[in-house]
Design a protein around this ligand. Structure first.
Ligand code: 3HC
Ligand code: NAI
Length: 697
C-alpha cells in the first residue's frame, strides 16, 4: 500500500524493498513538496523494519527534470536540494535511482547521491544549469567527477550538453540500461542489489584524479568564447574544487550557485526559457488545427528554398513552384546545399539527403500542381501586385481547406486575403533567413483568418521545430516593424559621429550576435532600400532621413552578396569599407552636422531605448499579445542576447520612469523620432512593469 510522504511523493514496501514514487507532473520538477516528500520517504524507509534497499523512480515521463525553476529568485523553502542529496547519500540502506526521461540538473544530482544508477533507454541527462544562468547547486560538480572524471564533468557542466543513455553508460554515469516501465525497473534493480549483482557505493567516497591541464584549457577557452556569460566560468571553478575534500567542495559549489542565482543573467535566461513556451498560449489554442501532410512553396529564392528545406527536414513532402526551369535549377541547387549543411552538422545522413531530394521534393512551373497540397507558402518578390496575382491563382487551383500563407516581410496580409474567395484560409507565415535554421516563425493573423487556420500555423511551427509567435497585421508585423524603427537610431548615430564599426562593436559587446550594420550587409542592403523606396511617398517630411545606405546601394553594393557594403568581404574576415566613411562625411556635410564622439554605452542606450519604444507601441496597438511574445521574437529571430531575456525584460531592468526620462532628454534634439509611447506612460503612472502585463502567460 502506498503511503503519501507529501502531495507529490509516496512510498511503499514490497518484500525487502522500499519503493519511492515521485509524481509531480508534468516533468517531476524538484519543487518544495517533492523535496520534502523525498526526504521524508528516505528517512521513513531508512528505519522501516525489514527494508534492505530503497529504489526511487518517477511516475511521470521524467525521473526529475531538475530544480523547479519557478522557485528561483524566491525565498528558498527547506529542505533545499543539497540537503536531500546528502540524506540520500548518507542513508545506511542502499538507494538505487531509476533514471528515465528527463533526468536533468537537480534530477541528475539526486541520482548521483544514490548508491547505484539504472537507466531506461529514454534517458536524457546532463547539467543544463548554465543554459539557465546557474550551475549545478546540489553536488553535481563534486559528485560527477568522482564517477566520470574531471574532463567529462567539465564538458557537461560548462556546456549544458544533454546526453542519452548510451553515452551516459560509456562515461560511467550509470551502472546499466534496462527496459520496461520505471516501477518494474525499480523492483528489478532492488532485487539485483539484494542478490549482490548490482554493486552499491557512496559516490562522495570515491576518489577523483586531478586534471589540471584540462581544467586550465577549459578555463582559457571559456575566457575566450564566453566572456560575457557569468555561469560557465563558475561551473568550471566548482568542478576544479572536486579534487579536494567533499564538504568544502559542496559548500563552495553552493556559494557559487547562489551567486549565479542572484545574477541578472539568471533572470534573463529563465525568462527566455519561459518565453519559448509562453508564446504557444494563444486565443486560438483550443481550435483544432488542420492536418498538414504536404507543403507547397511558391518562389525558390533565398526564402522559398529555405522554407522548402525546413519542410523536407521535418519529413514533409514539398512541392516548389518557380517561374521557369532555370529558376528551378537554382532552387534545387540551394536546397541541396542546405541539406549538405545539415549532413555536415550531423543532423541528416547522406543517404537520407539523397532520398529527400529524389522522393520528397517536386519541382514545377505549374501552380496547378498544388491542387492536393495542404499548406502553401508564397515566397515570391516583395511586391503586392506579384503576390496578389499568385494568391488569385492559388485560390483557383487549391483544394477547399488548403491553407494559403505569405512569407511577406512587411506587406498587408488582408490585401492578399481580399483577392481570394477564402479569406478565412489566408494568413502570414513569416520565416527568418536562413529559414531552415532560424527558429522564429511569426504567424500573422489577418482580419478574416479562421481560428483553426491560425492554430494550423502553430502546429506547422511545432512540426518544423520552430518557435511560433502570434502577430497582428501592420507594416513589418512585430519584428520588422520594431527593427525599422531602432535601425534608424543606429543610422542617426552614424551621421552624428559614431562609425558603423563602433556601433556594431558596442552592440556586440552588449551581447548581440552581430551589430546592425553587419546584419544589413548579411541580409542584403537592397532589401531595406526597396522598403524605403516603397514607403517614400508616405514619409513625413518632419522625419529625419539618413541616405547613407541609399548612396551605398546606388553604387551597386548590396553587402555580402556583392562583396561590398558597410564592410568589404572576400578576405579572411570582413574589414570596414573605406568608401563608407566618405559617403557618411558627405551626408554630414549635406545635413550640416558637426560630428561628436559617442561612448559605447550611449550607443547601446539609444539603440535599446528606440527598440523598447517601438515595442511598447506594437503592444499598445495590440499587434503583439504580450511583452513576452516580443521578447521571443527578438530572441529567436534577431540574435538578441539570450542572457538579457529580450527587449521587454531588459526594459524592466531600467524601469518605465527612467525610460521616459531618457526619451524626453533625447526628444530635445529630435522630437519626431523620440516620442514617449502611451503604454510606457501608463506603466510609469501605475507603477507597473512589462512583466506585469505577462501575467497568465
Ligand atoms: N521547473 C519548472 N517547470 C518546468 C521545468 C523546471 N525545471 N522544466 C519544465 N517545466 C515546465 C515547462 O515550463 C512547461 O510548463 P507549461 O506546460 O506551463 O508551459 C512544462 O513543464 C512542460 O515542459 P516542456 O513544454 O518543455 O516539455 P518537453 O517535454 O518539451 O520538455 C524538458 C521537457 C526536457 C524537461 C524541458 O522542459 C526542459 O528542458 N526543462 C528544463 C530542464 C532543466 O534545465 N533542468 C535544470 C534546472 S536547474 C537545476 O536543476 C539546478 C540544480 O542544480 C539545483
Ligand atoms: P528572392 O528574390 O531571393 O526570391 C524570390 C523568388 O521568387 C525568385 O526566385 C523568383 O524567381 C520567384 N518568383 C517571382 N515571381 C514568381 C512567380 N510568379 N512564380 C513563381 N516564382 C516567382 O527573394 P527572397 O529573399 O527569397 O524573398 C521572398 C519573400 O520573402 C519576400 O516577400 C521577402 O520580403 C520575404 N522575406 C525575405 C527575407 C530575407 O531575409 N530575404 C526574410 C523573410 C521574408
Amino acid at each position: 500500500m502506498m503511503t503519501p510522504a507529501s502531495d507529490t511523493v509516496s512510498y511503499e514496501i514490497v518484500g525487502r524493498t522500499g519503493l519511492i514514487e515521485l509524481n509531480n507532473p508534468p516533468v517531476n520538477a524538484a519543487s518544495h513538496h517533492l523535496r520534502h516528500g523525498l526526504m521524508q520517504a528516505v528517512r521513513a524507509l531508512g528505519v522501516a523494519d525489514g527494508v534492505e534497499v530503497i529504489a526511487i523512480y518517477g511516475a511521470t515521463r521524467a525521473f526529475i527534470a531538475g530544480a523547479d525553476i519557478r522557485e528561483f529568485g524566491k525565498t528558498p523553502v527547506e529542505p533545499i536540494l543539497p540537503a536531500v542529496c546528502l540524506a540520500i547519500e548518507a542513508s545506511d540502506v542502499p538507494v538505487v535511482a531509476i533514471m528515465h526521461g528527463a533526468t536533468l540538473g537537480g534530477g541528475l544530482e539526486v541520482a548521483l547521491s544514490a548508491h547505484a544508477r539504472v537507466a531506461l533507454p529514454d534517458l536524457v541527462t546532463g547539467f543544463p544549469e548554465v543554459t539557465l544562468g546557474v550551475i549545478p547547486g546540489a553536488g553535481g560538480t563534486q559528485r560527477a567527477p568522482r564517477l566520470i572524471g574531471v574532463a567529462a564533468t567539465l564538458d557537461l557542466a560548462t556546456t549544458g550538453r544533454r546526453i542519452m543513455a548510451d553515452e551516459a553508460m560509456e562515461l560511467g554515469l550509470i551502472d546499466r540500461i534496462v527496459d520496461g516501465p520505471a516501477r518494474y525497473a525499480a523492483i528489478a534493480a532492488a532485487t539485483e542489489v539484494l542478490k549482490g549483482s548490482l554493486t552499491t557505493r557512496r559516490t562522495g567516497e570515491q576518489p577523483v584524479t586531478p586534471d589540471p591541464d584540462v581544467l586550465a584549457e577549459t578555463t582559457r577557452n571559456l575566457a575566450a568564447s564566453q566572456s560575457h556569460l557569468f555561469a560557465p566560468h563558475r561551473a568550471a571553478e566548482a568542478v576544479g574544487l572536486s579534487t579536494g575534500p567533499l564538504d568544502k567542495g559542496l559548500a563552495r559549489e553552493r556559494a557559487l550557485f547562489n551567486e549565479c542565482l542572484a545574477s541578472p543573467q539568471r533572470a534573463g535566461l529563465i525568462h527566455a526559457f519561459f518565453a519559448e513556451r509562453a508564446v504557444a498560449k494563444i486565443p486560438e489554442a483550443d481550435a483544432t488545427p488542420r492536418d498538414i501532410g504536404s507543403l507547397g512553396v511558391v518562389g525558390g529564392g533565398t526564402m522559398g528554398s529555405g522554407i522548402a528545406t525546413a519542410g523536407l527536414l521535418a519529413g514533409l513532402p514539398v512541392t516548389l513552384a518557380e517561374q521557369d526551369d532555370d529558376a528551378l535549377d537554382r532552387a534545387f541547387g540551394t536546397i541541396s546545399r542546405n541539406l549538405d549543411g545539415a549532413v555536415k552538422r550531423g543532423k541528416l545522413g547522406s543517404e537520407a539527403r539523397d532520398a529527400l531530394l529524389a522522393e520528397d521534393l517536386i519541382l514545377t512551373t505549374d501552380l496547378a500542381d498544388f491542387a492536393r497540397t495542404d499548406l502553401i507558402v508564397e515566397a515570391v518578390f516583395e511586391d503586392m501586385g506579384v503576390k496578389q496575382d499568385i494568391f488569385r491563382r492559388l485560390d483557383a487551383v487549391c483544394k477547399p481547406g488548403a491553407v494559403l500563407a505569405s512569407n511577406t516581410s512587411y506587406l498587408d496580409i488582408n490585401k492578399l486575403a481580399a483577392v481570394t474567395q477564402r479569406p478565412g484560409d489566408v494568413l502570414g507565415l513569416h520565416f527568418f533567413s536562413p529559414a531552415h535554421v532560424m527558429r522564429l516563425l511569426e504567424v500573422v493573423v489577418a482580419d478574416g483568418t479562421a481560428a483553426e487556420v491560425t492554430a494550423t500555423g502553430f502546429a506547422l511551427a511545432r512540426k518544423l521545430r520552430k518557435v511560433a509567435v502570434r502577430s497582428g497585421v501592420c507594416d513589418g508585423f512585430i519584428g520588422n516593424r520594431i527593427l525599422a524603427h531602432y535601425r534608424k537610431a543606429a543610422d542617426y548615430m552614424v551621421v552624428d559621429g559614431a562609425s558603423p564599426q563602433q556601433v556594431d562593436r558596442a552592440l556586440e559587446t552588449f551581447g548581440f550576435a552581430m551589430g546592425p550594420f553587419a546584419v544589413s550587409d548579411l541580409a542584403g542592403l537592397d532589401i531595406g532600400w526597396a522598403t524605403r523606396k516603397r514607403l517614400a511617398p508616405t514619409r513625413d517630411p518632419a522625419e529625419r532621413y539618413v541616405a547613407v545606405a541609399d548612396r551605398i546601394c546606388e553604387r551597386g553594393w548590396f553587402g555580402r552578396k556583392t562583396g561590398q557594403g558597410f564592410y568589404l568581404y572576400g578576405k579572411e574576415r570582413p574589414v570596414p569599407n573605406p568608401e563608407i566613411a566618405r559617403i557618411i562625411e558627405d551626408e554630414r556635410t549635406k545635413a550640416s552636422v558637426t560630428p561628436r564622439s559617442f561612448e559605447d554605452q550611449e550607443i547601446v542606450d539609444r539603440y535599446m531605448i528606440a527598440m523598447i519604444s517601438e515595442a511598447a507601441r506594437v503592444l499598445g496597438d495590440g499587434i503583439a499579445q504580450r511583452p513576452i511574445d516580443i521578447d521571443a521574437v527578438f530572441l529567436f529571430g534577431y540574435g538578441f542576447p539570450r542572457f538579457r531575456g529580450g527587449p521587454m525584460h531588459y526594459a524592466d531592468t531600467i524601469g518605465a520612469a527612467a525610460l521616459i526620462d531618457r526619451i524626453e532628454a533625447y526628444a530635445a534634439e529630435d522630437a519626431f523620432f523620440w516620442q514617449v509611447p502611451p503604454l510606457l506612460r501608463h506603466l510609469a503612472s501605475t507603477g507597473q512593469t512589462f512583466a506585469d502585463l505577462n501575467k497568465g502567460a
